[in-house]
Design a protein around this ligand. Structure first.
Ligand code: BGC
Length: 902
C-alpha cells in the first residue's frame, strides 16, 4: 500500500495565520507526511465548507501532483467570509486516499474600501510638534444581547495597542507596522468574541507616533514624514446570537487623554511615568471627566490592505547573562547575545524615582559604545509609582538593538532576575538549518540567523539600533536568497515588494528608491542606484526560487520591467554604459576608508553594468515563465547588447578586468559576463591569485560578498573558497566571531582587533548583508539547493573541503523537510540525503560520478575519499599573518576571542 499517513492541513497563500487575509481566492498548499519511499502524489481532493457546513466546493478526485499554491477551488470569498478547507491525497493510481487532513479555517478581512464605516479620529487638538505623549483613546458601548462572534478591524496612522474591557487585544507589537503609508496602510483582524459580554463594555487604544509622525532619518532626521497627526481607525463588528449585527467604530464619540507614556520614539526610546497611570482606563465606568473629545479627520488616502505575512511579536525572553560594573562605576547587564527588542523590568521603590535603561551593542573601554548609535538615544526611563509592590514595565512603541543595557538609578541592590530582554521580530517560521564540524563557522551561521530576525521587524531593515532602521533595498537584494532558505519570509517580503512597486511606479522616472518605505529626501533619495534598485528584480526572483510562486512574479512584473527600462535608459544616456559616478557600488569594500564606504577597489560602473546585465537576464527568464514571449526576446536582446558593452569597456581579450579585484571577477564569473572560455579560465585564475595574495582574506563589499565563493567554485577553485570561509584574520567572515560577535557586523571590521570601534559612521553590529554567504554554505558546502523553483526537484551537490570534516543543511521545503550533508569516515565520504514526499533529488556525488536521481526517503551514498594533502597556500607569497598581506582594512589579525564583540 502506498498512501501517506497524513496530509498537513492546508495553508493559504503565504500566511501563517489566515485570519483577516486579503485574498478572495487564496491558493492552497499542503504537505504529505509519509515515510514511503519514492512517494508521489497522483491525485488530490479539496473540500471547502462554509461556516454553516454547506459545501462551497468539492473538487472530487483530481488527478495531478499539484500541492503548492493550488488555485482556490470555490467561489471567491467576500469580505468577512469564513471557510473551512480539508484535503486528502492519493499516492498511486489505484491506492486508497489518505485520511482527510485536519480542517484549516480561513477568514477574509475587509476587502473593499466601502466596508469601512469607521471614521479616522485623532487625539490632537492643535499643530503639535512632538515628540508627543502617547494618547489614550476610549469609548464605552453597550452590548444588548449575547455575542456569537466579534471582530475588530483596526489600523492607525502611528502605532496602537488596543484593549477591550481591560484586556489586550492580540499579541502583536508595533502595529500596524511600517508600510508605504502614502500608498498602502495595513489593517489587522482580531477575533475579540471572548473579550465582550452583555452590558457595558469599553474599547480603548494607546496611540503612539511611531513611523508615521515620529522622527526618522540620520543627521537628526525629521518628523512628520507622512502627516502631522496620529489617528486611529477601528471597526468592531459584533454578531449577536440572534443574528443581529452591531458595529462600533471610531467616531466623534471617542475621548482621549494623555497617559503615563510621556515620550515614545523609535530611535530615542520611551519615558514612562507610572504615577500618571489611569487605572481601569479601558474598562467600563472609568471617570472621564477630564478627557477630551477626539477630532474626526478625513479618511486615509492610502489603500487599506490586509497583511500578507505575520505580525511582529515577542518571540522569546533572554535572561541577564552577567552583570558588569564599568570603569565609571555604572551597572551594565550583559545578555550574552546581541538582540533586538527591549527590556522588561520588575522594580520596587519610592514614588517618583527614575530608573534609566540605556542600550548598546558593544562595549568600548569597558563602557557602552554609544557612537555607533549616532543620533538614536536608545534610552528608556521609568518613573516609579511607588506603591510598595513590584512594578513591571516594558516599553510599547520602541525597540533597540543591544546586547548590553546600562541600568541607572536602580533602587537598592540590582537583582539580575528583575530584568529580562524581550526579543521582537516578525513572527516567521524557521525553515533552514546548517551546521558543520567547525564550531566557529556554526556560530557565524547562528549570527546570520540572529541578524535576519533582528532586522526583520515588519520590514527588512539595514540595522536595528542607530538612526536608520530602514528598508534599504540593496541589503535585502543580496540577502534574500539566504533569508528565504532560513525563514518563511515570502509573505512578509511580498508585502514589502508591493510597497517597493507602489513607491517606484509613483516616481516619474520609474527608479527604485534606496529605501522602501521611501523617506529619503532628494538628491540621495531621487536617483537610481545599481544593486539597490536591482532589488526590484533580485528579491522577487529569490522568493520565486524558494516557492515557485509565479503569481508573485506576475504581481511584481511591472516593477521589474520598469526598473530595467529605467536602468537601461540610464545606460543609453551614458553612451553605452551606466556611467553615473554617484553609485554606491561595492559598498563597504574592506579597502574603503572608514569615512568613505563607497570608495571601493572595484569600479562602480562595472558593478552597475554587471548588475544590469544580470537583472536583464533574470527579467528575460521571468518573461518566459509568464508567457510574455515578446518581452522575453526584448530583454534577451538587451542583455546581450549590455554584455557586449561590458566586454568592450571592462574586459581585455585575455580575461583581465578593468578593476583587478575580487568583486570584479566574482561578478563577471557569476553573472556570465565573459564570452570566451579562455577569458573565463584566465579570469578564474586571476581571481584565485587575488584570493591567495590577500592571504585568503575577503576583499569584497556588498556586491562581491554573496558571489565570491560561488565564483571560486565555478572557476574550479573550491578549496580556496573553503579556505576563505575558514579564515579568521581581519577581514574575513570568521574574524568577528573570534571577537565574540553574536550577530553579523555591517563592516568587516566594525570592531578593530584591539577592541576599539571602527572610527567610521557605518559601524553597526547587526547588519545582515555580509551574511549573504550563508546561501553558499547551504547550497554548496552542505549541498542542498532547489534544482527548480519551488523545490519539486532538488539538487544535492555538496563540495566538501578542508578544514571541514562534515557539514549538513536542512530545509523545510514546500513539500516537507529536505536534508543534505556529508561526513568523512576514514577513506569514505558519506553523503546523507533526505528527500521529501512528492519530490526527486539529483544527487551529485562529490568528486564526479554519475548523478543519481532519487525519490522521497533517506538515501546514503558512499564514495571513496582520499584526503587532498596539498596545502592551500599563497603561491609565491609565503603567508605571514598581517605582514605583507593586503588585508584591506588596515587592521592586524585578531589575537583571540574578545569578550565584547556584539
Ligand atoms: C545602510 C546600508 C545601506 C547603505 C547605502 C547605510 O547607511 O545602513 O546598509 O545599504 O547605507 O547607502
Amino acid at each position: 500500500m502506498q498512501y501517506p499517513k497524513t496530509v498537513t492541513s492546508p495553508t493559504f497563500e503565504h500566511h501563517r495565520h489566515p485570519l483577516g487575509i486579503g485574498e478572495s481566492a487564496p491558493r492552497l498548499s499542503w504537505r504529505a507526511v509519509t515515510d514511503e519511499p519514492d512517494w508521489t502524489q497522483s491525485a488530490y481532493r479539496i473540500r471547502v465548507e462554509g461556516t454553516d457546513g454547506a459545501v462551497l466546493a468539492d473538487t472530487g478526485r483530481t488527478p495531478g501532483d499539484d500541492s503548492v499554491l493550488v488555485p482556490w477551488p470555490g467561489p471567491p470569498l467576500a469580505s468577512r467570509a469564513r471557510a473551512t478547507v480539508r484535503v486528502r491525497v492519493w499516492g498511486g493510481a489505484d491506492e486508497a486516499p489518505s485520511p482527510w487532513s485536519e480542517p484549516a479555517t480561513v477568514e477574509t478581512g475587509l476587502l473593499d474600501p466601502a466596508d469601512w464605516k469607521a471614521t479616522l479620529v485623532t487625539p490632537d487638538t492643535g499643530e503639535e510638534e512632538g515628540p508627543l505623549p502617547v494618547a489614550l483613546l476610549r469609548r464605552d458601548f453597550h452590548v444588548d444581547a449575547d455575542i456569537a462572534s466579534a471582530r475588530l478591524y483596526i489600523t492607525a496612522h502611528g502605532l496602537h495597542e488596543t484593549e477591550i474591557n481591560g484586556v489586550r487585544v492580540g499579541d502583536e507589537v508595533l502595529e500596524p507596522g511600517w508600510t508605504s503609508y502614502n500608498h498602502r496602510l495595513r489593517h489587522r483582524t482580531h477575533d475579540v468574541t471572548a473579550l465582550l459580554r452583555p452590558g457595558p463594555n469599553t474599547i480603548g487604544a494607546l496611540l503612539g507616533e511611531g513611523w508615521y509622525t515620529g522622527r526618522l532619518g540620520w543627521d537628526g532626521g525629521r518628523r512628520h514624514h507622512y502627516g502631522r497627526r496620529r489617528a486611529l481607525l477601528a471597526q468592531l463588528e459584533m454578531r449577536h446570537t440572534d443574528g443581529t449585527v452591531r458595529t462600533v467604530t471610531t467616531d466623534g464619540d471617542w475621548h482621549w487623554t494623555a497617559g503615563p507614556l510621556l515620550r515614545s520614539e523609535l530611535y530615542d526610546g520611551e519615558h514612562y511615568d507610572a504615577r500618571l497611570e489611569r487605572d481601569g482606563w479601558s474598562r467600563p465606568g472609568h471617570d472621564t471627566h477630564d478627557w477630551s473629545t477626539v477630532r474626526e479627520v478625513p479618511p486615509p488616502t492610502a489603500r487599506i490592505t490586509a497583511p500578507t505575512g505575520p505580525p511582529v511579536r515577542r518571540t522569546r525572553t533572554v535572561p541577564v547573562h552577567g552583570v558588569l560594573t564599568t570603569p565609571s562605576g555604572r551597572t551594565v547587564a550583559d545578555f550574552g547575545q546581541n538582540l533586538v527588542g527591549r527590556l522588561r523590568i520588575r522594580v520596587t521603590g519610592p514614588a517618583g524615582h527614575t530608573v534609566t535603561l540605556r542600550h548598546a551593542e558593544v562595549l568600548e573601554n569597558g563602557e557602552l559604545a554609544l557612537r555607533p548609535l549616532r543620533q538614536a538615544a536608545a534610552t528608556d526611563s521609568y518613573v516609579l509609582r511607588g506603591t510598595g509592590q513590584p512594578e513591571t514595565w516594558e516599553p510599547s512603541f520602541t525597540y533597540h538593538g543591544f546586547r548590553y543595557a546600562e541600568l541607572d538609578g536602580w533602587p537598592g541592590p540590582f537583582d539580575p532576575a528583575a530584568v529580562e530582554a524581550v526579543v521582537i521580530h516578525t513572527d516567521l517560521e524557521r525553515t533552514g538549518w546548517f551546521d558543520s564540524s567547525d564550531p566557529l563557522l556554526n556560530r557565524f551561521h547562528e549570527n546570520v540567523v540572529h541578524s535576519l530576525l533582528g532586522n526583520f521587524v515588519d520590514l527588512p531593515t539595514d540595522c536595528p539600533q542607530r538612526d536608520e532602521r530602514m528598508g534599504w533595498t540593496g541589503d535585502i537584494a543580496v540577502f534574500a536568497p539566504t533569508a528565504a532558505f532560513l525563514h518563511g519570509c515570502t509573505g512578509m517580503l511580498s508585502g514589502w515588494l508591493r510597497d517597493l512597486a507602489a513607491e517606484q511606479l509613483a516616481r516619474p522616472d520609474g527608479s527604485v528608491p534606496l529605501v522602501v518605505p521611501d523617506i529619503l529626501d532628494p538628491p540621495m533619495g531621487g536617483r537610481p542606484h545599481a544593486l539597490w534598485g536591482d532589488a526590484a528584480v533580485l528579491v522577487p526572483w529569490a522568493l520565486y526560487q524558494e516557492t515557485g510562486d509565479l503569481g508573485l512574479l506576475r504581481a511584481q512584473y511591472p516593477s521589474m520591467t520598469t526598473w530595467i527600462a529605467r536602468a537601461a535608459g540610464e545606460e543609453t544616456e551614458g553612451g553605452g554604459l551606466w556611467h553615473d559616478p554617484d553609485q554606491l557600488g561595492d559598498w563597504l569594500d574592506p579597502g574603503a576608508p572608514p569615512d568613505d564606504p563607497a570608495a571601493a577597489r572595484t569600479d562602480a560602473g562595472l558593478v552597475a553594468l554587471a548588475h544590469l546585465v544580470h537583472s536583464a537576464d533574470l527579467l528575460a527568464e521571468t518573461a518566459d515563465r509568464l508567457d510574455e514571449k515578446g518581452d522575453a526576446a526584448r530583454h534577451r536582446a538587451l542583455a546581450s547588447r549590455l554584455r557586449s558593452a561590458f566586454a568592450d569597456e571592462f574586459v581585455t581579450p585575455s580575461g583581465r578586468l578593468a578593476s583587478d579585484s575580487q568583486t570584479a571577477y566574482a561578478l563577471a564569473l557569476s553573472f556570465g559576463l565573459l564570452t570566451h572560455e579562455t577569458q573565463r579560465r584566465r579570469a578564474g585564475e586571476r581571481l584565485a591569485q587575488l584570493v591567495r595574495r590577500s592571504g585568503f582574506r575577503i576583499a569584497t563589499g556588498f556586491a562581491g560578498t554573496p558571489l565570491i565563493c560561488d565564483a571560486l567554485c565555478l572557476a574550479g577553485h573550491a578549496p580556496l573558497a573553503h579556505r576563505m570561509i575558514a579564515e579568521r584574520h581581519c577581514p574575513s567572515w570568521l574574524y568577528p566571531v573570534t571577537m565574540g560577535a553574536t550577530t553579523i557586523w555591517e563592516r568587516w571590521d566594525s570592531m578593530l582587533p584591539d577592541g576599539s570601534v571602527n572610527p567610521g559612521q557605518m559601524t553597526s553590529f547587526n547588519h545582515y548583508a555580509l551574511g549573504s554567504v550563508a546561501d553558499w554554505l547551504h547550497r554548496t558546502v552542505a549541498g542542498l539547493a532547489a534544482a527548480e523553483p519551488g523545490w519539486r526537484r532538488i539538487r544535492v551537490a555538496p563540495i566538501p573541503g578542508a578544514p571541514l570534516t562534515w557539514a549538513r543543511a536542512a530545509h523545510l521545503t514546500p513539500f516537507g523537510r529536505a536534508e543534505a550533508g556529508w561526513r568523512i569516515e576514514g577513506t569514505t565520504l558519506v553523503v546523507d540525503v533526505l528527500v521529501p514526499p512528492g519530490t526527486r533529488a539529483d544527487i551529485h556525488p562529490p568528486g564526479g560520478g554519475t548523478p543519481l536521481s532519487r525519490g522521497s526517503g533517506r538515501h546514503v551514498v558512499e564514495v571513496p575519499y582520499a584526503p587532498d594533502d596539498r596545502p592551500v597556500t599563497m603561491t609565491g607569497h609565503p603567508f605571514v599573518a598581517g605582514s605583507d598581506v593586503d588585508c584591506g582594512c588596515g587592521a592586524q589579525p585578531a589575537s583571540g576571542a574578545g569578550p565584547h564583540g556584539g
